[in-house]
Design a protein around this ligand. Structure first.
Ligand code: PLP
Length: 452
């Protein structure tokens, strides 16, 4: 325990000056804010010295734990050189080295790296690249200017990313700002939109997707998907072969496949990228969250030489990709991202995940015995537990009951930080969490659900 610090003025100032994301501030103002002061490994410590397990990887970004010596050091070393310089007309060593490293580990065929600052901007870049690509490469392919996406998709909070997203609660307010898109039913097997059962359904949900591609491909610049797991939808796990089939269809109908690996990238599903489970190379791939191991805001959009080449020409042809952010290729971010990827190599992180993933797959299913657990979904270290009022009928809890929120509250008093998505309890531990820590997280989740 650290010495008790006085957090009273901080609590007041938080209520007085801050506006928290995705937060009803009227509620927030009546609670005592939990103020995190430091971290170590899978643990976070508040200003009162209380310790919590980081069950969300600090909202899906942390990989190798907090205060990793190598990552701290990478930032300090880079600080000794320069904190920031620009990629507009200049370059810098960490940005160059990181691009090379990303190409090395990415699905084969992705060979170019364009930096931005967060998952939403990485998606925006992919959307704009796709539209401009068709204009310059194949103007006769159609007015390819919109996108196909899945319902319940989440690709970020900026306006373009919201346009291709489909989470009613987050997005409905902003409809007047959005561009038109085409939405397909997701493979949400627990609540199958076609009322079928996997695997006897033979993935019938792909058929309407194929029909849309077939009839509307001339309008479609791309199909954007979260490969394998629709995370913010409540960890909806796609059946094996789904992504591969989407890849085949996109190729067949000449629609670019955009993989949003912002949540799934960097080991979260058990492989470096989710696409690699199915041997899929997308045409564009957005990464962020885990890219710096949870240290700095940084993102990248990777693409193929085919797409890159469509942007080459004389200046006055105006084929340039006119897009960029002030902090594009930030050296501190790129330096820590390099050190982050180096840990994967040095510690064989991916191989080390296998026993952890298997252990969670043993510890979680018994929770299905609990009265209100409808489904447990796990892919790698991404877990969603869907709570229902009635298991037989799969009747959801009314939103107003805030069941997920209440379970997370219980978990917090037991020393585990979680952030639910509606009625889905989400567990996304750092890849570095030990077996003992994972077991403790699973036990706290169980006790918290039981207590309600
Ligand atoms: C979090 C997330 C984003 C948005 O990333 P930000 O860094 O929050 O802008 C985009 N896509 C997916 C799949 C995500 O999980």
């Amino acid at each position: 325990m650290t010495k008790r610090t006085s957090s009273a003025p901080l609590e007041d100032w938080d209520r007085k000056y801050l506006w928290h994301p995705f937060t009803q501030m009227q509620e927030w103002a009546q609670e005592t804010p939990l103020i995190i002061e430091r971290g170590k490994g899978s643990a976070l410590f508040d200003t009162e010295g209380r310790v919590y397990l980081d069950g969300t990887s600090s909202i899906w970004v942390n990989l190798h734990g907090h205060r990793r010596l190598e990552l701290d050091r990478a930032i300090k070393q880079q600080l000794g050189k320069v904190a920031h310089s620009t990629l507009l007309g200049l370059s810098n060593p960490p940005a160059i080295r990181l691009a090379r490293e990303l190409v090395r580990i990415a699905p084969k065929g992705l060979s170019r790296v364009f930096y931005s600052d967060n998952g939403s901007t990485a998606v925006e870049v992919a959307l704009k690249m796709a539209v401009q690509y068709w204009q310059q490469r194949r103007p006769n392919a159609g007015p390819k200017k919109t996108f196909l996406h899945l319902k319940l998709a989440y690709h970020g909070d900026t306006v373009g990313a919201v346009s291709v997203g489909n989470i009613e609660l987050f997005h409905s307010r902003f409809k007047p700002l959005l561009f038109p898109t085409i939405a397909a039913e997701p493979p949400y097997c627990y609540r199958c939109p076609l009322k079928l059962t996997y695997p006897s359904c033979d993935m019938a949900c792909i058929d309407p997707v194929e029909r849309m591609l077939k009839t509307r491909h001339r309008e479609l610049a791309g199909f954007i998907v979260e490969p394998l797991v629709q995370a913010a939808a409540g960890m909806i796990v796609q059946p094996p072969g789904y992504l591969k089939r989407i890849r085949e269809l996109c190729t067949q109908y000449e629609v670019l496949l955009i993989a949003d690996e912002v949540a799934t990238g960097f080991g979260r599903t058990g492989k470096m990228f989710a696409c690699q489970h199915e041997g899929v190379t997308p045409d564009l791939m957005a990464v962020s969250k885990g890219l710096t191991g949870g240290y700095m805001p940084l993102a990248a959009t990777l693409t193929t030489e085919e797409i890159y080449r469509a942007f080459l020409g004389k200046y006055e042809e105006f084929k340039t990709f006119f897009h960029g952010h002030s902090y594009t290729g930030n050296p501190l971010g790129c330096a820590v991202a390099l050190a982050n990827l180096e840990i994967f190599r040095k510690e064989k992180t991916l191989a080390g995940l296998r026993p952890k993933i298997a252990a969670l797959a043993r510890w979680l299913p018994p929770l299905k015995q609990l009265d209100h657990v409808g489904e447990i979904r796990q892919r790698g270290l991404m877990v969603g537990i869907e709570l229902v009022r009635n298991r037989a009928t799969k009747t959801p809890y009314p939103v107003g009951e805030r069941i997920g929120h209440r379970v997370a509250r219980e978990a917090r008093t037991r020393g585990l930080l979680m952030r639910p998505i509606g009625n889905v309890i989400v567990l996304m531990p750092p890849l570095s969490a030990s077996l003992a820590e994972l077991q403790r997280m699973a036990a706290i989740v169980e006790a918290s659900i039981r207590s309600l």
